[in-house]
Design a protein around this ligand. Structure first.
Ligand code: HEC
Ligand code: HEC
Ligand code: HEC
Ligand code: HEC
Ligand code: HEC
Length: 179
């Protein structure tokens, strides 16, 4: 049973209460050409999943709090819902069909990575979330739950990192961030 599962997701209501977010009806988008961010192999919408349907970030990005690689969810996470949820509009149906086909053919979509720091920089993602809280995603990633397509909001440049470290009285020694 999937719809009750969505409603019963632990934390979904609490998330809405904490952030004061109302269930925002996501707009119908017929032209994707003008959206910010790279075009992904499947038009997966955060404004629908996280904004309208209030699925907590952690439901899909659960590894953010435990490992240094936040990770993109596997198809198994998607198909748990999309075996039953086929979509309410023709464009949703067409995109969800891609998810089902990928699952059947065992060909996971090759999501284009958006955020990345260079290899000579150490960025322990999970330590930040532990220190700044589970609601801190917006501080660095912007208002993802309103994005039809994810794009980079922060520069991820050294000055951006150091500014926040100074504000939070975290060490800014070169060796903290550079090997
Ligand atoms: C239903 C599953 C799901 C939920 C819920 C979800 N995401 Fe995602 N997220 C994905 C998938 C799939 C991708 C890769 C495709 C894309 O970029 O849209 C992704 C990509 C991202 C990226 C870009 C990763 C990169 O390559 O840099 C960020 C940042 C992100 N999500 C943050 C969030 C935040 C913050 C929330 C909660 C407001 C959230 N996500 C909720 C599935 C989810
Ligand atoms: C907890 C349940 C749930 C999970 C998990 C989930 N979805 Fe969805 N998804 C939905 C719902 C609800 C809709 C809205 C369906 C509608 O009314 O058209 C939706 C819609 C979609 C659509 C149509 C366009 C859009 O994004 O709204 C796509 C594509 C999609 N999902 C892909 C994915 C992918 C890829 C994953 C795994 C990374 C995933 N979904 C995980 C519930 C889920
Ligand atoms: C202090 C800033 C900061 C916070 C807070 C933060 N992120 Fe990130 N996130 C980053 C940076 C920087 C990267 C790129 C990391 C890299 O290249 O190793 C990233 C990468 C990601 C990615 C892509 C990683 C991948 O494996 O492809 C996802 C997904 C993501 N973040 C989700 C989240 C979610 C969900 C939250 C909230 C729970 C969150 N982030 C909180 C800065 C942050
Ligand atoms: C929004 C604020 C914020 C931003 C932006 C930010 N950090 Fe941090 N960072 C913190 C906080 C707070 C801690 C302390 C975590 C703790 O106490 O465990 C921290 C800790 C760290 C640590 C571990 C420090 C140690 O003592 O071992 C590293 C490494 C680090 N950050 C690198 C980066 C890099 C690289 C960037 C930019 C790509 C960045 N941070 C951006 C707030 C931030
Ligand atoms: C809080 C994390 C952080 C600290 C502290 C830090 N850096 Fe960086 N540094 C970064 C990040 C992230 C980048 C990559 C993005 C960029 O080039 O701005 C970077 C890039 C660089 C580069 C390459 C610049 C380029 O244009 O390619 C040099 C050189 C550098 N840092 C030197 C230093 C020195 C020297 C210190 C100590 C005084 C220092 N960094 C402290 C995060 C940090």
């Amino acid at each position: 049973m999937v719809v009750p599962l969505v409603l019963a997701l632990p934390g979904a209501g609490a998330l809405a209460a904490q952030t004061g977010n109302q269930r925002a009806q996501a707009p119908v988008i017929s032209d994707t050409a003008d959206l910010d961010g790279p075009r992904q192999p499947i038009f997966f919408r955060h404004d629908v999943h996280s904004g309208q349907d209030q699925i907590p970030c952690m439901y899909c990005h659960y590894s953010v709090a435990v490992s240094s690689e936040p990770g993109i969810p596997s198809l198994q996470t998607c198909i748990g819902c999309h075996q039953l949820i086929g979509g309410s509009t023709p464009s949703h149906q067409a995109e969800i069909k891609k998810v089902r086909d990928a699952w059947r053919e065992r060909k996971p979509p090759e999501w284009i990575r958006i955020h990345a720091v260079p290899g000579f920089v150490r960025f322990p993602h999970q330590r930040h979330i532990k220190a700044l809280g589970l609601q801190s995603c917006t501080k660095c990633h912007g208002d993802v739950q309103r994005m039809p397509q994810v794009y980079q909001v922060s520069t991820l440049r050294m000055g951006w990192c150091v500014r926040c470290h100074v504000e939070n009285k975290v060490s800014r020694d070169c060796t903290v961030c550079h090997y």
